[in-house]
Ligand binder design. Structure first.
Ligand SMILES: Nc1nc2c(c(=O)[nH]1)N[C@H]1C(S)=C(S)[C@@H](COP(=O)(O)OP(=O)(O)OC[C@H]3O[C@@H](n4cnc5c(N)ncnc54)[C@H](O)[C@@H]3O)O[C@H]1N2
Ligand code: MOO
Length: 407
């Protein structure tokens, strides 16, 4: 029996997903494992940084009272290596030899670089300073941060620079949003196992790796990715098993109205149907539902629709579960190549864009066919052609999503 669905727009579907009560989880992990993780709490300076007056050069530290009448011979009373301290005070015309990064004695006002000095023959305990320098060559304590200053704001994606800043304060662990756990089920009796011999009527599973890499690249943890035949029992058993331990289960294929489209049945039987038909192409069959408190995102089997559906519907949820906004940057772009087709549904096309003279210019990237996958490697954005009886005029303004991880 063909069951009628109630199509909603792309925007309505996104709004329904945005209203879901999803609380990001946090965890504390070693800083060494935190690259690309999202910071869950503002990170503040635990103390003034640097926490001691630091020499910027290798040279000699002297008192302000002796900083005149050069060239002049000084008495060298010691040496301070980086990492050491100096607990004696400096007397008149006394200097201490000091290395870059070393603690500057409290009574020293300036460090004169080695290049401005000369050894005194037969007097290793003396040094001749040829001239003074304008700058004091000392980095004051607290000059970069005062205790309590904001170092990195919550919601930032940590990167090597940020991790070095955390490490500079001696911190070894950091509280980040937990990676959303995602399981993937690709369905289809036509799907061959990787490495199998090509056969008529059968295809290799390209959406499985596509979704797994997209999830990982967008901060999720793929706990399992399985490929199953079109079999209702097999689907239900795996859905129940995976929804028990994951934040999201993504399924692919079997979601239309065909005889073996069992995802459509599973969605109808679930605790809460969010949507099961969209007024858009590709991916009009994209379905979302909740079962046992787990979100199931059922993407279309058509590769172009699967890719588009991931970015429009799954990525924003993944981002929200990591405490941040979608990483697809929404811009208005100029349609720079004529798209002649008309359509009853809004279309979201895979495109490429350029930024010229302050304007994003966007165009179709190869095919607009839902089943095509040749353009997925080079697609850098998605853009929307609204439904209309007339083709959209060239240079119209179009809604565009710039995809993350693409340049
Ligand atoms: N009578 C109707 N038929 C169809 C409708 C409709 O409204 N009425 N909608 C069409 C549209 S639009 C789409 S989109 C597809 C969606 O189909 P499903 O999401 O149920 O996906 P399948 O039928 O399983 O597969 C579609 C297509 O994709 C290939 N596929 C499936 N899995 C993979 C994979 N893992 N890797 C690569 N390719 C895959 C599959 O072999 C099919 O060619 O339904 C239309 N039909
Ligand atoms: O909704 Mo489908 O992906 O257009 O062929």
């Amino acid at each position: 029996m063909l069951i009628r669905r109630h199509p909603i727009t792309l925007e309505e579907a996104q709004a329904k997903l945005a209203q879901l009560d999803l609380t990001p989880k946090t965890e504390t992990i070693p800083v060494a494992q935190a690259n690309h993780r999202i910071l869950a709490q503002d990170l503040k300076a635990a103390y003034d940084y640097p926490n001691f007056r630091r020499s910027g050069y290798d040279g000699y530290a002297l008192r302000a009272a002796d900083d005149h009448d050069f060239p002049k011979i000084f008495h060298v009373v010691g040496e301070i290596q980086a990492g050491a301290t100096f607990d004696r005070s400096l007397g008149e015309n006394e200097v201490v030899r000091i290395m870059t990064g070393a603690f500057v004695p409290d009574d020293a006002a300036k460090v004169i670089m080695l290049e401005q000095t000369r050894e005194v023959p037969d007097h290793p305990e003396q040094i001749k300073i040829m001239t003074t320098q304008k700058k004091d060559n000392i980095t004051p304590a607290g000059s970069e941060f005062k205790a309590g200053d904001l170092l990195i704001a919550a919601g930032s994606e940590l990167n090597p620079g940020g991790l070095s800043l955390i490490s500079a304060f001696g911190q070894t662990s950091v509280t980040v949003y937990a990676k959303p756990k995602v399981a993937i089920i690709t369905t289809g009796t036509e799907l061959l196992q990787p490495g199998a011999k090509p056969q008529p009527g059968k295809i290799f599973n390209s959406n499985g790796p596509l979704i797994a890499n997209l999830v990982a690249e967008n901060g999720g943890e793929v706990t399992e990715s399985i490929q199953i035949a079109d079999d209702y029992q097999l689907l239900q058993t795996n859905l129940k098993r995976l929804q028990a331990t994951n934040d999201i289960v993504i399924t692919d294929g079997g979601v239309s109205v065909g005889d073996f489209d069992y995802l459509a049945t599973a969605a109808r039987e679930a605790d809460q149907l969010i949507f099961n038909k969209l007024k858009m192409r590709p991916g009009s069959v994209t379905t979302a539902f909740i079962d046992h408190n787990t979100l199931i995102m059922a993407l279309s089997g058509n590769p172009g629709a699967c890719y588009t559906g991931f970015y429009l519907f799954v990525e924003p949820v993944l981002s929200r579960l990591q405490g941040r906004a979608s990483q697809c940057q929404k811009v208005t772009a100029t349609l720079s190549r004529f798209y002649p087709k008309t359509n009853g549904y809004d279309k979201v096309l895979r495109g490429t864009y350029q930024f010229k003279a302050g304007d994003y210019q966007v165009q179709l990237n190869g095919s607009d066919v839902s089943g095509a996958l040749g353009n997925l490697q080079s697609t850098t954005c998605l853009f929307k052609i609204p439904h209309s009886h007339e083709p959209l005029p060239l240079y119209s303004q179009v809604e565009t999503w710039l995809l993350p991880y693409k340049s």
